[in-house]
Design a protein around this ligand. Sequence first.
Ligand code: NAG
Ligand code: NAG
Ligand code: NAG
Ligand code: NAG
Length: 225
Amino acid sequence: MSHSPKSNPAGSYHGLSIPPQPYHQKPQSCRCCLLSTTYKTLIALCIFLGIAILVLWLIFRPHKIKAAVETATLTRFNLTGTNLTSLSYNLSADISLRNSYRRVGIYYDDLHGETYYNGERFGFMTLPTFYQGHKNTTMLHPVMEGTSVFGLESSGMDEFRNEEKMGFFNVDVWLIGQIRYKFGSVVSRRRRLRVRCNKLRVPLVTKETPGAAGFGRTECHVAHY
Ligand SMILES: *[C@@H]1O[C@H](CO)[C@@H](O)[C@H](O)[C@H]1NC(C)=O
Ligand SMILES: *[C@@H]1O[C@H](CO)[C@@H](O)[C@H](O)[C@H]1NC(C)=O
Ligand SMILES: *[C@@H]1O[C@H](CO)[C@@H](O)[C@H](O)[C@H]1NC(C)=O
Ligand SMILES: *[C@@H]1O[C@H](CO)[C@@H](O)[C@H](O)[C@H]1NC(C)=O
């Protein structure tokens, strides 16, 4: 594990030679060749690292996980409490999560959903963990439902009333979790996954307004790192 050039003063590592200690004491004339050896070592290291990064990038190329909100509805979304400081909500969504890697499987660990309105979080839901094979799509069906303490400024309140009148609300849905890649029989360490589906136009569907407005499929921004 610890075979680095520094821990190997005797000289050779992958065919690159490091001059023995006494050269340090030699006068001017050889400082030049010592420098050039250092440069060669550095350049070789850079090339080696470059190739390693390129190979890793080709296997785990970014943006290979795609997500979209296929549909989303609110069956309840209103402010309650004497001073309207609580939000009562019921949001359900169908989110597709696609692994478009050709050879890499993905373990989704600790996946949960969060919902935001006006930049404030109101909902949270733990989602089941699962394994997803390559070139496969999984549908998730989070339902976030409850009442949460919520403070809207007067401008936010105006926006809320306006959206209420139009029959839809601007909601953000995020999926946060940790993933592991499976490549052959090798499983990577855990990495973060963050799926942000922002500015969804989610219709409020009630008895009074049954399906007044539809939902347009919305692609999400996915980051895994
Ligand atoms: C909340 O909204 C639902 C459906 O939109 C409605 O039936 C209910 O009366 C509302 N509740 C309050 C306290 O406004
Ligand atoms: C509502 O607001 C009034 C004045 O702003 C305050 O006196 C009262 O305690 C509040 N009630 C609740 C339930 O927060
Ligand atoms: C929330 O909405 C879903 C359908 O969208 C429904 O099945 C569920 O019963 C609702 N939950 C509550 C507490 O109203
Ligand atoms: C996708 O995954 C499901 C469930 O794990 C499986 O039944 C299905 O065969 C897979 N599809 C492909 C194309 O691998």
